[in-house]
Design a protein around this ligand. Structure first.
Ligand code: ADP
Ligand code: MG
Length: 602
């Protein structure tokens, strides 16, 4: 039994006892009802975690989806007497359809506009519920919604309904766990922390956000259905904004991504008003004060804080790293012709022409050095080649394939990987998982797959490869440590390992030697040479000429977004325009060639 070896998870145990014991101690029918509502809110919050927590988007639709689910079940139960087996699926389906309908326009909006747009959807639904009086009963709603019905039998309130609701909550929690525990969960984390990094490792962030949004709608629909069955009235109250505020607060107080956080948040937020009832008219003040205190004292949510405290007070040795597994044989690269063709690429930001008709060509297996003054467009060129930026004009071909309009996440599949000028790793994630997550695109993660394969080996396999790559970069000893605390030079190597997890044909390195000391630089140069000998084509941006000149087979120099020279390192060093724009007098800035060769190889 694995969990016995690891020691029992005490907070989880306490939580389970609390959840299980509560209604037994406080067992009046009123208490049971409040506890049932807590279960419903737990389901609602679990769903909200997909979009707000895992996908990291401030959607304000959860209350709306809840209300729509409630109306579907309420009206169908009331008017046609349909049972739970039909109404529940419909209560899941209708919010899902609504989410599908609004996803395309709203999911592409920037965060605060996204929040506003989602808020607007709620207002429309509320208006509809109030004004469509003949069907919905208008502002007063309709009483007499039946309880949960199976085969014409209505489930009694009290204990049966409570157990039923919490049973569904447990199921919902299991599904959440199954969806997020594997490689898909890591992909969500990378996307949430860093969109650009996620795109660079082939994660389709729009698809992920979309799945999170749809999941949130389905969960909300279930919660809405159970809610009307519990309160037995359908009225526009279920669409009002305070429900959204409650869910948001539950997710923030409990924890945005922890399953236990959703349950704890729901339990506390539903019970707090009850506990403060004795304060009479001052209860709202106390309620607000307690919430504020919780948010200040536990910025990562209560569960996150418990975990942090536990890690501080009872530090455990990090788990043993997995066994390294060499990557499978690389794809066939025997095609002829240049690997990268950039033709007349241009992009402007406002008045700044960051790239002004850049054309370069990289042959297979070469190490291409790119130099130029700060602001000359080097990083912009890499961003255009990786499609993070959409060039205004020009063309891009990878291995003969047109990639001018390929979405950025698809570049990884074409064999393009990169590292960043400012390291883009997820600080909270271990070095191992930072690298393993780069397998998400290749492995093909998705909600359907996570649910279909109960025992998924994607994550374990990816970690095996990641371990191999960390060994290759000589940083295997930090595999289990969070990246945030690693030294700069180590982070750089982890980032290269992550890029290599994509099995790239072309690796773009943006100032990889910056911030490294001399021996680290020599080590990096040797590693890059080795990669090149293994068949990876490299494009290296550097200011450090002693590092780059002996390494590069060919070079280009950019100035004001234009290529001012291309050639061998020797040609570049002697080129009058390069000297004028960038290098300065040859003897002052750059050591002589034999010197360089020695340092680079060392
Ligand atoms: P380099 O990497 O050569 O130092 P960059 O490619 O980062 O230069 O920048 C080239 C020019 O493009 C600079 O003037 C920079 O301010 C501008 N630039 C780059 N990215 C953006 C952006 N996202 N928005 C506005 N200006 C940008
Ligand atoms: Mg740059």
């Amino acid at each position: 039994m694995n969990f016995l070896k690891r020691g029992i998870n005490l907070p989880l145990l306490v939580g389970l006892v609390l959840i299980g014991g509560w209604p037994m101690v406080f067992g009046s029918s009123y208490d049971l009802r409040v506890f049932t509502l807590a279960g419903i809110y737990a389901i609602l919050t679990l769903g909200y975690q997909f979009i707000f927590g895992h996908a990291g988007a401030l959607a304000l639709t959860q209350g709306t989806f809840f209300g729509v689910g409630a109306y579907v079940t309420g009206l169908l139960g009331l008017k046609f007497g349909w049972g739970f087996a039909i109404t529940l699926p419909l209560s899941m389906l209708v919010p899902l359809l609504l989410a599908l309908l609004v996803a395309a326009p709203v999911l592409r909006l920037e965060s605060h506009y996204f929040a506003l747009a989602t808020l607007g959807i709620g207002q429309v639904m509320l208006l509809l519920a109030v004004s469509w009086e003949s069907v919905t009963g208008g502002a007063n709603g309709l009483p007499g919604v039946p309880g949960v019905m199976f085969f014409g039998e209505t489930m009694p309130r009290g204990w049966p309904l409570l157990l039923f609701v919490w049973g569904i909550a447990a199921l919902a929690a299991l599904v959440s766990w199954q969806i997020t525990r594997g490689l898909l969960g890591r992909a969500f984390t990378v996307m949430r922390e860093n969109d650009t990094a996620a795109l660079s490792i082939g994660i389709d962030i729009w698809m992920l956000r979309f799945s999170g949004f749809l999941l949130s709608a389905v969960y909300a629909g279930i919660a809405g259905a159970l809610y009307v069955h519990t309160i037995r009235v359908i009225s526009p109250e279920v669409l009002e904004f305070h429900i959204m505020v409650a869910v948001l607060t539950m997710a923030v107080v409990g924890g945005r991504t922890h399953i236990a956080g959703a349950i704890l948040g729901a339990f506390l937020l539903v019970h707090l008003p009850e506990w403060f009832r004795f304060l009479d008219k001052y209860y709202l003040i106390a309620y607000g004060a307690v919430l504020l205190a919780m948010i200040i004292a536990a910025p990562y949510g209560l569960i996150g804080t418990v975990q942090r405290l536990r890690a501080r007070w009872f530090p455990e040795a990090p788990p043993a790293p997995p066994k390294a597994v060499p990557l499978p044989a690389r794809r066939d690269d025997s095609l002829s012709g240049p690997l990268l063709e950039v033709t007349s690429l241009a992009i402007a930001f406002g008045g700044v022409r960051a790239l002004d008709g850049v054309s370069i060509e990289l042959q297979r297996g070469e190490i291409f050095g790119l130099i130029g003054p700060n602001g000359s467009g080097k990083t912009t060129l890499v961003n255009c080649i990786t499609r993070i930026y959409n060039a205004n004009s020009g063309a891009l071909r990878i291995a003969g394939q047109d990639a001018t309009r390929v979405p950025p996440y698809a570049m990884a599949k074409l064999g393009v990987a990169r590292t960043f000028q400012n390291i883009n790793l997820v600080d909270e994630m271990s070095a191992l998982d930072n690298v393993a997550s780069a397998r998400a695109g290749i492995e093909g993660v998705g909600v359907g797959r996570a649910l279909a394969k109960l025992r998924d080996t994607q994550l374990a396999r990816s970690r095996g490869y990641a371990m191999h790559l960390l060994e290759l970069m000589d940083v295997a000893d930090v595999a289990m440590q969070p990246c945030g605390g690693l030294a700069y030079g180590i982070k750089r190597r982890v980032e290269i390992a992550r890029a290599l997890a994509l099995e790239p044909r072309l690796l773009l390195l943006d100032e990889p030697a910056a911030g490294l000391n001399e021996s680290e630089q020599a080590d990096l140069a040797a590693r890059l040479k080795k990669l090149s000998s293994l068949g990876v084509t490299l494009l290296v941006i550097e200011h450090n000429m002693p590092f780059l000149m002996p390494l590069a087979t060919r070079m280009a120099c950019l100035d004001y977004g234009q290529v001012i020279a291309t050639g061998t390192p020797a040609e570049i060093r002697a080129h009058p325009r390069v000297i004028e724009a960038y290098l300065g007098a040859p003897d002052a800035a750059v050591p002589s060639a034999p010197d360089l060769a020695l340092k680079g190889a060392g």
